[in-house]
Design a protein. Structure first.
Length: 151
């Protein structure tokens, strides 16, 4: 079951271009944004971003680092930088009507990009500090139920 409280999105770079989707609903309808979605109950956020990107674009990517966390009173969103693994980008024709590969410098100038995606890309271009995923796993957890970024 998904929820509307915990969200994720991920920057996937393929051959020097960033993966985007054109959204089909809500406040981002008809605009392009970095792919992502909601975290399911009992799902780790890094697993959720990998699943969401695959569901929306058929691209397999692995969470590499955390770039930012957006907080709102009723929701948070973790922004991941992803390692591209494989796959040719294709629209799911449900949540998105189009998948695009754009250079970051080109994408931030577009009028049809969401404001948050634009700000994320500006920081990505500047190579702002990110928190890398650690191999550390708490003694009371397993790699499937624990992730820490930044240590």
């Amino acid at each position: 079951m998904s929820n509307r409280f915990f969200a994720v999105c991920g920057i996937v770079e393929i051959d020097g271009k960033i993966l985007f989707v054109r959204h089909t609903y809500g406040s981002a309808k008809d605009r392009i944004l970095i792919p992502g979605g909601f975290v399911r109950e009992n799902e780790m956020p890094n697993d959720a971003v990998e699943r969401e990107i695959f569901e929306e674009t058929q691209v397999r990517a692995k969470a590499k680092s955390v770039m930012a966390v957006e907080f709102k009173p009723a929701q948070w969103c973790v922004v991941f930088i992803m390692d591209y693994i494989e796959g040719n980008p294709v629209s799911d024709n449900y949540e998105n009507s189009e998948v695009l590969l754009l250079e970051a410098s080109e994408a931030i100038k577009r009028s049809d990009i969401t404001n948050l995606s634009r700000e994320i890309l500006k920081a990505y271009i500047k190579k702002s500090h990110t928190l890398e995923k650690s191999d550390y796993v708490s003694a009371s957890a397993t790699p499937e139920t624990y992730a820490v970024f930044g240590i």
